[in-house]
Design a protein around this ligand. Structure first.
Ligand SMILES: [Zn+2]
Length: 207
């Protein structure tokens, strides 16, 4: 009975300042819990400011940090992987060992191939936003298909003309790969979960 639940919505509010710099506040990745009969899996871990909120929301699901068996890091940008240290038992799946995971088990999955974390949970290489980007595909108990995309998919990519500038042709190919799986839901790294309307719009953009 696989269950997928958004534990934290990803946030990424840009504030452009007069001196040409910009501030991102609030900033965190989305954090998604996948529960299978045997395992608790967390996809991405958010930023330090949201640590308490993440643990609180896991507690509402009856889970403590030590109950998380696997962490999947969609990529090694700090807004996605910073809180990995909170989960002492978790085996980590990622594509690049960005830093030395001291005392951690880290499964670095070879580039360019699909791989199952546990049966029914598949990793896809979806580069574009970053070289190491991966996405997670899973079907829930109601047969709904979820694609947890990290920053391979973003609401900002739906702004006119911005998609190719932001992710290049490689990123467009990754989005096509994601859409080929016909997901019912896409969890982007930041922002609301995509449902049919946004998914159809995304499909238009990568045609
Ligand atoms: Zn991000």
């Amino acid at each position: 009975m696989t269950k997928v639940k958004l534990i934290l919505k990803g946030l990424h509010d840009n504030h452009y300042k007069e001196d040409g710099s910009y501030l991102i506040d609030p900033l965190t990745s989305s954090v998604t819990l996948i529960q299978t009969e045997k395992n608790n899996i967390l996809v991405d871990t958010g930023t330090p400011n949201f640590k308490e909120k993440i643990l609180e929301n896991l507690a509402k699901e009856g889970l403590k940090a030590e109950n998380i068996d696997y962490l999947i890091l969609t990529h090694n940008h700090l807004d996605h992987c910073f809180n990995a240290h909170l989960f002492p038992r978790a085996l980590i799946y990622t594509q690049i060992a960005f830093w030395h995971w001291q005392d951690a088990n880290c499964h670095i999955f070879p580039k360019g191939i699909s791989s199952d974390v546990v049966p029914g949970i598949t990793l896809l290489h979806t580069p574009g936003h970053s070289k190491d980007s991966l996405s997670v595909f899973v079907k829930d108990a109601k047969e709904k298909k979820w694609l947890i995309a990290g920053d391979a998919v973003s609401l900002h990519y739906l702004e006119n003309g911005s998609l190719r500038n932001r992710v290049g042709e490689e990123g467009v190919r990754s989005i096509r790969k994601i859409l080929d799986l016909n997901p019912d839901y896409i969890v982007p790294g930041h922002g609301e979960v995509f449902t049919k309307t946004e998914i159809d719009k995304l499909r238009e953009f990568v045609r």
